[in-house]
Design a protein around this ligand. Structure first.
Ligand code: SAJ
Length: 416
C-alpha cells in the first residue's frame, strides 16, 4: 500500500510520519516547496514534540518522501486548512484544490479520506468535485458503492500531544457508504491503538464540529462567570473549584479568551449552516471573542488607579504582560488572545510595555518597537502593573513573595 498525504501541516505531517514509521511507503504532498525541501532533508518546519525524530527516521529509511505534485497511490489523505471567510462562512477552496490535484492520478480501488475540519456535506461536495474531474470513474453515493472509496475521518489530536494522541485517540470514521468506512478503518488500524468507530460522513463531519463547540461553549461559561464574579467581588477560581466539588459539575477555566486554530473557528461552521438554531453556540463564540477587550479594560482601570495612587504620569508606568502563547507550555502564538491583549496594550499605553514569554527568543514583528521582551525577574522587580495572560508552568512556579505589585490583572488566577 502506498499512502499519499495531501497537506503537510500540523496534522498531515505527523500522520504521514506515523504511517511511514510502520513501514508504509508514504508520499507527502504540499504546495509549499520550503516545507517539501525541509522534510526531504529529514527536518520539520513546524513545532511539535517528538515529531522531528519520527520524520527524520522515516525519511532516512526511505519510507517518507515529500513532493509538490501528487503521484499515484492507493490511499489519499487530505489534511489541508479549512479557514472561514469574513462573514464566518467556511472556505473549502483548499479541499477543492486538493481534490482537483489528486483527480488525475486516481484509479479504481483507491481510497480518499478527508481529515480537514469541514462543514456538514463537505465530503459529498468533495466527491462531486472528483466525479466532475473523472467522469470515467464511478464514485460512491450514500446507498451506492463506486469504484473509489471515500470517507471523512477527522483528526482530534491536541497540539503539543499530537504524537501520543494520534495513536491513542479513538477515531470517528464516516464513510460515504459502509464499505468506504470499512476501507478507511482498515487503513487507520495500521497504527491506531484507539478504536475505529464507524458512522456516515455527515455525522462524522458534525462530530468534529460538535467536539470543539462543546469545549468553546464550556469555556464561554467559565469566561462569563469571570465577568460576573468581577462585578460581585467573588474570586472566580475559588468559586469554580467549589462548584466542581459537586459530582455532576465540571466547569473549565476562564482566561484571556479562546485561541488556537480550531476551537475559535469550528463553531462558526455550525452557525454558518444553522443560523436559526445555533443560538447558544454563536453566543459562546461572542462571549469568548469579547474577553480580550474586557481584559484590556481591566488593564486601563488598573493604570488609572495606579496613576491616582502614585502621582506618576502614564508615560512613566511600565506594564508587564506574562505570556503570549495561545495556551500554556507551548510556543505557538497564532490566534492567541494573549497576543491580542499584549498588542493592544502596547498600542495604547504611552509608557513601556514589557512582554515575558520564556518560549520565544524575540517578539513578533507586529509589536514593532512598541514592546520589549524581558525576563521574569526583571518584570517582577521593575514593572508597575502585571498582566497575567498565560499560565505557563514557569509562571505558576513563581514564588508569591516576589510579586509585590498592588496592580495586577490576572486572567488565569495564578497570583490570587
Ligand atoms: N482554554 C481556556 N480554558 C480552558 C481550556 C482551554 O481558556 O479550560 C483555552 C486555551 O487557553 C486556548 C483555547 O482554549 O486558548 C483552546 O485550547 P485547547 O487546549 O482547549 O484546544 P486546542 O485548540 O489546542 O485543541 C482542540 C482540541 N479539542 C478538544 O479538546 C475538544 C483537540 O482535541 C482538537 O484536535 C483540536 O482542537 C483541533 O484540531 O480541532
Amino acid at each position: 500500500t502506498t499512502i499519499s498525504v495531501i497537506g503537510l501541516g500540523y496534522i498531515g505531517l505527523p500522520t504521514a510520519a506515523v504511517f511511514a514509521s510502520r513501514g508504509k511507503k508514504v508520499i507527502g504532498v504540499d504546495i509549499n516547496s520550503h516545507a517539501v525541501d525541509t522534510i526531504n532533508r529529514g527536518n520539520i518546519h513546524i513545532v511539535e514534540p517528538e515529531l522531528g525524530d519520527v520524520v527524520r527516521e522515516a525519511v532516512q529509511q526511505g519510507n517518507l518522501r515529500a513532493t509538490t505534485r501528487p503521484e499515484a497511490a492507493d490511499a489519499f489523505l487530505i489534511a489541508v486548512p479549512t479557514p472561514f471567510v469574513d462573514d464566518h462562512q467556511p472556505d473549502l477552496r483548499y479541499v477543492q484544490a486538493a481534490a482537483l490535484a489528486i483527480a488525475p492520478v486516481l484509479k479504481a480501488g483507491d481510497l480518499v479520506i478527508l481529515e480537514s475540519t469541514s462543514p456538514v456535506g463537505a465530503t459529498e461536495q468533495m466527491t462531486q468535485w472528483l466525479a466532475d474531474a473523472r467522469p470515467d470513474l464511478r464514485f460512491p453515493q450514500p446507498g451506492n458503492d463506486g469504484d473509489v472509496f471515500i470517507a471523512y475521518c477527522p483528526e482530534r489530536v491536541l497540539p503539543g500531544k499530537v504524537m501520543i494522541e494520534l495513536l491513542e485517540n479513538d477515531r470517528v470514521i464516516g464513510g460515504i457508504t459502509p464499505a468506504c468506512s470499512a476501507r478507511a478503518s482498515e487503513l487507520y488500524r495500521i497504527f491506531l491503538q484507539g478504536e475505529c468507530v464507524e458512522t456516515n460522513a455527515r455525522t462524522a463531519e458534525m462530530c468534529k464540529l460538535t467536539e470543539n463547540s462543546f469545549r468553546d461553549v464550556n469555556i464561554a461559561f467559565a469566561n462569563e462567570l469571570s465577568l460576573i464574579c468581577a462585578e460581585q467581588g467573588i474570586d472566580v477560581w475559588e468559586l469554580i473549584a467549589l462548584a466542581n466539588r459537586h459530582p455532576r459539575v465540571n466547569i473549565l477555566q476562564p482566561g484571556p479568551g479562546v485561541g488556537g486554530h480550531c476551537i475559535a473557528v469550528d463553531p462558526w461552521f455550525i452557525v454558518a449552516q444553522n443560523p436559526q438554531q445555533a443560538r447558544l453556540i454563536r453566543t459562546a463564540r461572542e462571549v469568548n471573542d469579547a474577553k480580550p477587550g474586557w481584559v484590556l479594560d481591566r488593564v486601563k482601570q488598573s493604570l488609572a488607579e495606579c496613576l491616582t495612587a502614585s502621582g506618576k504620569r502614564a508615560s512613566d508606568i511600565t506594564i508587564a504582560c506574562f505570556g503570549l502563547a495561545f495556551k500554556p507550555n507551548i510556543d505557538d502564538l497564532r490566534e492567541s488572545p494573549a497576543m491580542t491583549v499584549a498588542q493592544r496594550i502596547a498600542e495604547w499605553h504611552s509608557g513601556s510595555t514589557w512582554v515575558v514569554e520564556p518560549h520565544i527568543a524575540e517578539l513578533p514583528s507586529r509589536f514593532a518597537d512598541r514592546a520589549t521582551l524581558v525576563a521574569t525577574p526583571e518584570a517582577l522587580q521593575h514593572a508597575d502593573i502585571l498582566v497575567m495572560l498565560v499560565d505557563h508552568a514557569q509562571f505558576r512556579a513563581i514564588d508569591g513573595s516576589q510579586v509585590t505589585q498592588p496592580w495586577i490583572v490576572d486572567t488565569k488566577g495564578v497570583w490570587r
